[in-house]
Design a protein around this ligand. Structure first.
Ligand code: FAD
Length: 697
């Protein structure tokens, strides 16, 4: 064997080792996903018709969900189909199936889809394979001519491509011969009407489904999807019981076989397996007179193998406050120490969180107990009303949209507030906890636009979070205080981290910062990075126009730091940056975010950077929103657009993004001497080609 052979053999041996390592990693990942999501079919099949037949189901509710909202609605809908019509429903994530036999489902098996739209009209990540399946169909052969389906889309009308994913899927299926039952439902988060949009759609669609399947309706009865087993001390080894751990890997016993264990330090981390990242630095960004709070928080990701790139989002899991947990437990007369296990009644049902666990842990870490309450939930509660009077009240309120809005929504009641209000503050002991597990939405992570740059801060991720709270000052007001869970938790961390004297404001709520089994000590929170398409142009010479009022400034701090770092690295090569304009708006000096940093960036970037700031509530200056600033710079904006500038908008989706768009239409039509319609088309084309990007919420 000569030396060349030796080299070839060595290379071959290395390749074999790499191959097996990759396979091992893949199998760990695959097994872990299966484990955390629960089995879909007893046989392990992904074929939709096989799974339906194996499990003797006659109805499918599919969801394609990016943040979990479409999943919540799908589950509610499925529960109602079971409760009212005794249908045998499978409710499942689109990502768990192959669809080649979608047209071969048993006769009379109807399919309901709940699909959210994400980003610029995109399908949620988990529904992309379904989208690809639809795109691959040969429509001329009508390959879905036996399929009957309903569709409810979840979207935001402030976006250009409102409910695009649901519309596109519907069009593709109909063109392939499938029959759409009833109208396509469209939930609109932009108008904050998703719940009422869903209820209005559902009312009609249930009638259509009843007709299509010749169903008999009966009074809604709750049929559990799980067997709920109460455990006593001897039944269970205590280190297998979750006290709120974000995934099984964090249990002291780590119940997974060694081959399936992911490393709690090095991941890979995702929404099923978040990383516990410590907040190593935090500070209040608003001045003392702002009357509000905005926190800058830095998460340390060193050693975790987590990579992010500038413009990505950080997902942060909250836990409920001590006060809301206590109130919820007492409202439903629940024993927080009760240990339980959930056993799915068939293999298509997935256990929603780590079990066995305790009621206290489930309420604190797994259920969304504080948000606004839905009419649908009231309707489902009727069967568990503690007495006839309350049953009657629930029934009236759940049927009357206006009355519900007046008596419940406008008071900002959460679930516990609402039921205690109906029962004159007497606890309800009649509601089974398994019903609450299935009916209260699961606690979801919140997303934050990362405000650091991956070039300058590789090991820390910065976020900029405005603390959401509405404190009602009038003690006689029937309206309740409301608190955003995540941002108040982050505020609580900032306060505890920075002030030894923990003398808290009376209006604040408190949290257990230590977490389950002290896992969150040292200010750790469960996080993962979600990739975003909100990215600077790869060519640094391309001009950039950034518009971000309020916390919309967050990703632009990252962008600007990215460009500063770029210049630092290129300092000897005389590279020139394109022009970077930043339009920022806030109320006044007190809430001017990162005010002390911008002059440093301006010095580093020189002429290539210009920032325009407007105040909307400053007694000493004229009210100025970002779109006014933009208008003031219209000549420069048009010149840069002609040079190929990219436009970025970040922040409030409701008013600002639309106002900015309208202003841009005006600037472009005037500056380029074209009609408004032509300007609209041009900006639309910019959006489609990624030259006009929005990161709005
Ligand atoms: P939640 O608990 O979700 O509450 C939301 C609101 O509901 C609060 O105002 C709360 O007071 C109110 N509320 C609570 N209970 C009730 C009730 N019973 N009735 C009526 N109202 C009630 N935010 C930022 O600050 N910075 C960012 O950079 C940022 N980037 C984002 C990027 C993306 C892609 C997205 C989708 C969102 C982003 N957000 C950002 C928003 C952020 O994700 C959260 O929505 C926000 O921080 C509130 O979260 P929370 O858990 O504190 O509030």
């Amino acid at each position: 064997m000569d030396s060349l052979d030796g080299i070839i053999l060595t290379v071959f041996a290395i390749l074999v080792i790499i191959y097996y390592k990759l396979e091992a990693i893949k199998s760990i990942l695959y097994d872990e996903t299966e484990e955390s999501l629960g089995a879909v079919s007893a046989s392990g099949s992904r074929d939709i018709t096989t799974v339906i037949e194996e499990n003797d189901k006659n109805y499918i509710v599919f969801y394609g969900s990016q943040t979990g909202t479409a999943e919540d609605y799908a589950k509610m809908f499925a529960k109602e189909l079971v409760g009212k019509f005794s249908l045998k429903v499978m409710c499942a994530d689109l990502e768990n199936f192959d669809f080649e036999t979608l047209n071969e489902l048993p006769k009379n098996c109807l399919v309901s889809f709940f699909i959210s739209t994400y980003g610029e009209g995109d399908f949620p990540d988990s529904a992309v394979p379904f989208e690809e399946f639809l795109l691959g169909l040969d429509e001329s052969e009508l390959p879905l001519n036996r399929l009957r389906f309903t569709m409810f889309g979840l979207g935001n009308s402030t976006y250009e491509f409102f409910n695009n994913a649901a519309k596109k899927a519907t069009k593709n299926m109909v063109n392939s011969g499938a029959k759409l039952i009833g109208p396509l439902g469209q939930g609109d988060d932009g108008a904050a009407t998703t719940d009422e949009d869903y209820l209005a759609w559902k009312e009609n669609i249930l009638e259509d489904i009843k007709d299509a399947l010749a169903l008999q309706e009966h009074e809604q009865i709750y049929e559990p999807s799980f067997e709920y087993d109460v455990l006593i001390g001897n039944d269970v080894q205590i280190d297998t019981v979750s006290l709120g751990e974000p995934s099984k890997q964090y249990l002291p016993c780590n119940t997974l076989p060694f081959s399936k264990q992911l490393n709690v330090q090095t991941g890979p981390f995702n929404q099923h397996f978040p990383y516990l990242a410590p907040i190593v630095k935090s500070k209040e960004l608003f001045g003392a007179n702002a009357g509000r709070s905005c926190i800058h928080a830095e998460f340390d990701i060193s050693g975790s193998n987590i990579k992010y790139s500038t413009g990505d989002h950080l997902a942060v899991w909250p836990s409920n406050s001590n006060e809301s947990v206590k109130q919820f437990l007492s409202a439903f007369n629940l024993d927080e120490d009760e240990m339980f296990r959930l056993k799915p009644l068939d293999s298509t049902v997935q256990v929603p969180f780590v079990v066995p666990t305790t009621i206290g842990a489930a309420v604190r870490y797994y259920l969304e107990i504080t948000g606004p309450i839905s009419r649908q939930f009231f309707n489902a509660l009727i069967q568990f009303a503690p007495n006839n009077e309350i049953r009657q009240k629930l029934s009236t309120l759940s049927k009357d949209k206006e009355l519900f809005a007046e008596k419940i929504t406008s008071k900002c009641y959460n679930i516990a507030d609402a039921i205690l209000h109906l029962s004159d503050h007497k606890p309800w002991s009649t509601v089974p906890f398994e019903f609450l597990i299935e009916s209260v939405p699961l606690l979801k992570p919140r997303y934050y636009s990362i405000s650091s740059s991956s070039s300058s801060e590789k090991q820390t991720v910065h976020i900029t979070a405005i603390v959401e709270r509405n404190i009602v000052k009038d003690p006689l007001s029937p309206v309740h205080n409301t608190y955003g869970i995540t941002t108040n938790l982050i505020k609580h961390i900032e306060f505890t981290q920075n002030f030894e004297d923990n003398n808290r404001d009376q209006s604040e709520i408190s949290f257990n910062l230590d977490g389950p089994r002290d896992l969150f000590q040292d200010f750790k929170l469960p996080v993962f990075v979600r990739r975003s398409t909100f990215k600077l142009p790869s060519n640094p010479k391309t001009p950039v126009i950034m518009i971000g009022p309020g916390t919309g400034i967050a990703p632009f701090r990252g962008f600007v730091r990215e460009r500063v770092k770029f210049l630092e690295l290129q300092k000897d090569s005389n590279v020139e940056l394109g022009k970077h304009l930043l339009f920022y708006g806030c109320r006044n000096e007190d809430d001017y975010l990162y005010q002390e940093e911008w002059p440093e960036y301006a010095t580093a970037l020189g002429d290539s950077f210009q920032m325009f700031v407007g105040f909307s509530r400053d007694p000493n200056s004229k009210k100025k929103y970002v779109q006014y600033l933009l208008e003031e710079q219209k000549e420069q904006v048009v010149t840069l657009l002609k040079e190929g500038a990219f436009i970025y908008v970040c922040g409030d989706a409701k008013g600002m993004a639309q106002d900015v768009h309208t202003t841009l239409v005006k600037i472009v039509s005037e500056g380029m001497s074209i009609t408004d319609t032509e300007a609209i088309d041009m900006l639309k084309m910019f959006k489609t080609s990624g030259k006009y990007q929005e990161d709005v919420w």
